[in-house]
Design a protein around this ligand. Structure first.
Ligand code: ATP
Ligand code: MG
Length: 243
């Protein structure tokens, strides 16, 4: 079953001269993991922002479960798509409140399960207050990687059909990032979009979309792209050097 489909999608921000996305087409089946990679400014965030309908497409169509996103009630789409932003928003309150934010009625078990998947449960339980540990304004008493894992748990606790992780694991070490991806993969029915600048975060994906300057430079598995896509190969080589 098709979960997300882009048909020749163009997107331009209000007031911008150029398109930020041009002629994007792909299909994500239910349960698939889609990686999105490309250098800074290549259009990754713009692409995934169209799935929950944050912006309309200038041309073409974005479909969720076969239905144009423009025809959904925004609240309905919001329920289907869990989004973990590049820039996190944390507030003064407990860890429980910060994770359950946006999911009224979430139980302690729900929050723990979301934290288990986001690889945050261990560090939370090591805090003296556990789920009731206080988070300070903007989360200044947490590390970058801890905040990212709470934000991923926040997206997961709503049990979305589609999960978008926009550069959400950049502060995690490679081993934790890998465990996170393995845990997310257990969620068989969830369609997952992983946006990243590093190939290690997407190489397991069913499909990887390579963006360059708002256009699709390629789509395929890690092995396919490594063989026949020069843009992907270049990113891969610079990532392995960095490592
Ligand atoms: N709110 C906005 N208004 C106008 N232009 C924008 C806006 N957000 C992004 N852009 C432009 O759209 C293009 C794509 O940006 P986008 O944020 O999608 O890139 P990205 O691949 O997510 O980059 P990064 O890896 O740095 O997060 C850029 O040229 C950027 O300047
Ligand atoms: Mg981005």
């Amino acid at each position: 079953m098709k979960s997300v489909e882009f048909k020749n999608v163009y997107m331009k921000y209000a007031g911008a001269g150029d398109y930020s996305l041009e002629d994007i087409s792909f299909t994500a089946k239910k349960g698939e993991t889609i990686g999105i990679i490309g250098s800074t400014g290549s259009g990754k965030t713009t692409l995934v922002s169209l799935i929950p309908g944050f912006y309309p497409a200038a041309k073409g169509e974005v479909l969720v479960n076969g239905k144009n996103v423009n025809t959904y009630e925004l609240s309905e789409l919001k329920k289907k798509v869990g989004f973990c932003f590049q820039h996190y928003y944390m507030f003064k309150g407990t860890i429980f409140e910060n994770v359950a934010f946006g999911a009224p009625g979430a139980t302690e078990e729900d929050v723990k399960e979301a934290l288990r998947i986001s690889q945050g449960l261990d560090f939370v339980m090591e805090k003296s207050g556990g789920l009731n540990e206080k988070v300070s304004e903007k989360g200044t008493n947490l590390s970058g990687g801890q905040k990212q894992r709470l934000m991923i748990a926040r997206a997961l606790v709503r049990k979305p059909e589609i999960l978008v992780l926009d550069d959400s694991s950049s502060a995690l070490d490679y081993a934790t990032d890998r465990r996170l991806r393995e845990a997310v993969k257990e969620l068989k029915d969830m369609t997952v979009f992983i946006v990243s600048q590093r190939t290690a975060s997407v190489l397991h994906a069913d499909k990887i979309i390579v963006l360059e300057d708002g256009k699709m430079a390629g789509i395929g598995t890690h092995e396919e792209l490594l063989k026949n896509n020069s843009v992907y190969k270049e990113i891969y080589e610079s990532c392995t050097k960095e490592q």
